[in-house]
Design a protein around this ligand. Structure first.
Ligand code: PMP
Length: 363
């Protein structure tokens, strides 16, 4: 594929070319069986193997301890906004929410239906979220079932660097847009969920990781397909799972491992960040980041140019040069550079060169 562009889409996002090639092959025929992967039973030996391998490799890469369970849900990260509180909250069991952007607000809205929830911190100012709250700003309830946070704010382009000390209350984290981008200390978390379509694979599957301790506190009085007990007890096979999406996650995990695992992903992502934030710091009047420096994300970077006319021109000329999907989210405007694991370093160094020339020609 000679004419592949650099695709800065926030999600579904660019995937590694070797993964796409492998998927194309396996969709045509799987293991000389005379049929493709997407035509076989989810209870077949082959799919069973895929499911086991996917969980094992995820556990290996993220160093997930044995007292955690991994399962695969559908309905996107958005369904977890409701499933998490539905499984854990009641009239007298509440949760704390850290509000750092649109996605955490949506999670909060769903949770309010199921129990007493508190905003333990918010960094909203004039409709914008520019930063991650400091530890000192949190007002945490020691009796909360969990503290929910969004580890990376895809729209406002801020990211937790260190996770807060919650005094032993498990963290429930939406990691949709930064899972696998760096190593993680899983033991701080009771629940982690991530829609796959950024760092993990294609849309259609949500990867969930739950501690045995939090699972034990989940209600049994929840509709079957919305109950975490069902997903764990039936090993994600109560009904037909998204077999293709799960297989694509497995191939993406293999690519991560072949490329050095999460330490290597962190180094790659830090290098991309160094280049992109480097030019922004060099030309702050032309490329103005919307996030505060200490809260900057290494996955998504929202940037405003001096005016909207220039922003439009930037997006059009960048696309012509092979850098596509740079339009910012409507709530922030400007441009947004999404640079997940699979976005190669050359994509960022090329974009940075383009930015330098564009500023020179239009500044
Ligand atoms: N959380 C975050 C941090 C996201 O970036 C997104 C999607 N961009 C969502 C949740 C919603 O995910 P889904 O579309 O899978 O429901």
């Amino acid at each position: 594929m000679a004419n592949r562009v650099f695709n800065f889409s926030p999600g579904p996002a660019t995937l590694p070319l070797p993964v796409l090639e492998r998927l194309a092959e396996r969709v045509r025929e799987y293991d000389d069986l005379g049929m493709s992967l997407i035509e076989m039973s989810h209870r077949s030996k082959q799919f069973q193997g895929i499911l086991e391998d996917t969980k094992a490799l995820l556990a290996e890469l993220l160093v997930i301890p044995s007292n955690y369970k991994i399962f695969f849900a559908q309905g996107g990260a958005s369904l977890q906004f409701a499933m998490l509180p539905m499984n854990l909250l009641s009239a007298d069991v509440g949760a704390d929410y850290l509000i750092t952007g649109s996605w955490s607000k949506k999670a909060l809205k769903e949770a309010k239906r199921f129990g007493p929830v508190r905003v333990a911190a918010t960094t909203e100012e004039d409709g914008m979220f520019r930063r991650i709250p400091t530890q000192g700003e949190l007002s945490l309830d020691p009796n909360a079932a969990y503290v929910h946070l969004t580890s990376n704010n895809t729209i406002f382009s801020t990211q937790f660097d260190e996770f807060p000390d919650t005094g032993g209350v498990p963290i429930a984290a939406d990691m949709s847009s930064d899972i696998l981008s760096k190593p993680l200390d899983i033991s701080k978390f009771g629940f982690i969920y991530a829609g796959a379509q950024k760092n993990l694979g294609p849309a259609g599957v949500t990867v969930c990781i739950i501690s045995d301790e939090l699972l034990a506190r989940c209600s049994r009085d929840v509709p079957t397909m919305l109950s975490y007990h069902t997903f764990v007890e039936k090993d994600s096979l109560f009904n037909t799972p998204p077999v293709f999406a799960i297989y694509a996650v497995l191939e993406t995990l293999r690519w991560v491992k072949e490329n050095g695992g999460l330490e290597a992903m962190r180094a790659l992502n830090e290098e991309k960040g160094r280049l992109l934030y480097g030019i922004m710091d060099e030309m702050p009047a032309f490329y103005r980041g919307t996030a505060d420096k200490e809260s900057r994300s290494l996955m998504n970077v929202a940037i405003r140019l001096p005016n909207e006319e220039l922003e439009k021109r930037f997006i059009a000329e960048a696309a012509e040069a092979g850098f596509v999907n740079l339009k910012g989210h409507r709530s922030v405007g400007g441009i947004r550079v999404s640079m997940y694991n699979a976005l190669p370093l050359e994509g960022i160094s090329g974009l940075v060169n383009f930015m330098r020339t564009f500023a020179r020609n239009n500044g």
